[in-house]
Design a protein around this ligand. Structure first.
Ligand code: NDP
Length: 491
């Protein structure tokens, strides 16, 4: 690749000997750079016996450890983890770009927001209050928040660090033990970051990482009788299967799943800001974001101008190696993902009109990576799979609308309900639309801004439960009522 920021790279080797939180005796998994095909890391993989070992140890320890009751200890451990992440942030960002493909700028942002998420939950660890109430003369109720127990965190490859930490940090802050299973495409960044948690203050067996296929290692986590809760982030169909398997053990589940999010632009919007927002909404991280604004709903009166200008921006985007500082969009994560994305583009070609992109980039500097041009497709029937299904790639479907009611109807016609963007300068409309749209997050005149303090999660097929914010932490607690009666007689 010409003029990249690539320097030599020592293949990262992660094994129980060097990274004791990683339990793996079943072999090694290799991960490869989606921009170049180079080997990035090898990570020890876990067999069923390693998974059982991690769960058995966590279950034996978590209910008897000071971890459960000592919020100050948990805060200290989490703040130290954040500090160690910060010390290693540049290396973590480079590993993330090399293993996942996103640009270095995006990887730095993911590392920074992960650190922020740990710090937010570290603060909350000392503030998990219950409630008390006088119920009648001599009778009091005390409602406690207790840790759930052993949490299995199963996470995807697109924001591997952030989405792992988004589950692990609140689970630990609430006093649980956690066993993490990262996606098989991005095990090294997760194992490396989790290992920075390892410190003498962290009680033994409270955190572990197991690596291996979802169908075996992941399934064992979901079905093991001593796992109390599964925090799953991934594809909706996988999430549904996880929920079915968890149902046998009546386990608690938190599901953060897919999306087909509408990004709605009204004629009265600030056009420049909305254009930048629409570009970011779909092409950031090559569209591999659960909240990607993958449906552009644009008011008919500005459709031609807006879509035309967005197409110019898409054509001008510099697609390349994430380590090249000039790259604005990296590759998609794997050859398989590239095939999936190209298949959806073919649907767009046969059912609609390709306005920008529409092909892979396979020559010259792009020859060894999984690059797809930023693609915009218009004139699609509402029944098109490209309108209905999550592509998880840089492909935008355009859906014009005539008025507010039609915009709401189109936005809500999806089986997903994860996120939505609204671009308008009409304050009353933002309230009407904000209330009418079925979605866990609605960004108004912005897109893709996440904060540790505010909850995220899905309506409909996009999931169950909330992550981030105070609700995100309380998901990892059980509610218990202690009832005190000081009266001399029972009744
Ligand atoms: P998958 O559902 O394929 O995988 C997610 C995780 O589940 C991986 O660790 C995977 O392991 C594991 N897994 C797979 N099968 C099973 C099983 N039977 N039992 C237990 N675990 C299993 O998703 P992707 O990794 O492909 O991620 C992309 C998806 O994630 C998209 O749909 C995206 O929308 C969604 N997502 C949702 C987010 C949200 O907050 N709502 C955020 C980010 C992504 P393995 O890798 O070994 O297959």
């Amino acid at each position: 690749m010409a003029a990249t920021g690539r320097s030599s790279w020592n293949v990262v080797k992660i094994s129980p000997a060097t990274h004791p939180l990683v339990l793996g005796t079943a072999g090694e998994l290799e991960s490869y750079d989606p921009a170049t095909g180079e080997l990035v890391a090898t990570v020890a993989t876990s067999g069923i016996s390693d998974v059982d070992d991690a769960i058995d140890r966590a279950a034996a320890r978590v209910r008897r450890s000071p971890w459960r009751n000592d919020g100050a200890l948990r805060a200290r451990v989490l703040f130290r983890w954040a500090a160690r992440m910060r010390e290693n942030s540049e290396w973590l960002a480079e590993l993330l770009t090399r293993e996942q493909g996103k640009t270095l700028g995006q990887a730095r942002g993911e590392v920074a927001s992960s650190i922020s998420m740990i710090e937010y939950n570290a603060g909350l660890a000392r503030a998990i209050y219950g409630r008390s109430i006088a119920l009648k003369e001599g009778v009091h109720g005390v409602v406690l928040r207790e840790p759930v127990g052993v949490i299995a965190a199963i996470t995807p490859w697109n924001y591997p660090l952030n989405l792992t930490i988004r589950a692990v940090a609140p689970a630990l802050a609430a006093g649980n033990a956690v066993v993490v299973k990262p996606a098989s495409l991005t095990p090294a960044i997760v194992a490396a970051a989790m290992s920075l948690l390892d410190h003498e203050d962290l009680p033994a067996d409270i955190a572990a990482v197991v690596v291996g296929p979802g169908g075996t290692v992941g399934d064992r986590l979901v079905t093991h009788p001593d796992v109390d809760m599964i925090a799953f982030t991934g594809d909706s169909s996988t999430g549904i299967n996880v929920m079915k398997s968890a149902a046998d053990g009546l386990k608690r589940v938190s599901l953060e799943l897919g999306g087909k999010s509408p990004n709605i632009v009204f004629a009265d919007a600030d056009m420049e800001k909305a254009l930048a927002g629409a570009e970011n909404a779909i092409f950031s991280a090559a569209g591999q974001i659960c909240t990607a604004g993958s449906r552009l709903l644009v008011e008919e009166s500005i459709k031609d101008e807006f879509v035309g200008r967005l197409a110019e921006r898409a054509e001008a985007m510099r697609v390349g190696d994430g380590l090249d500082p000039s790259s604005e969009m990296g590759p998609v994560v794997s050859a398989e993902q590239k095939r999936t994305v190209l298949d959806y583009i073919e649907i767009g070609r046969s059912e609609g009109t390709i306005i920008a992109g529409g092909e892979a980039m396979e020559s010259g500097a792009h020859a060894n990576g999984h690059f797809v041009r930023p693609t915009i497709v218009a004139d699609l029937p509402s029944t098109s799979r490209l309108v209905a299904e999550e592509v998880f790639g840089p492909v935008l479907a355009v859906q014009p609308f005539a008025d507010e009611d039609e915009a709401i109807a189109i936005a809500n016609s999806s089986e997903f309900g994860l996120a939505c963007g609204l671009w308008t300068n009409d304050l009353n409309r933002t309230w009407r639309m904000g209330r009418a749209i079925e979605s866990g997050t609605i960004w108004i005149n912005t897109y893709h801004h996440f904060y540790g303090e505010t909850e995220v999660g899905g309506f409909k097929r996009s999931g169950i439960g909330r992550q981030q914010g105070i609700e995100g932490l309380l998901e990892f607690t059980e509610t218990k009522h202690l009832n005190f009666d000081s009266n001399p007689n029972l009744f």
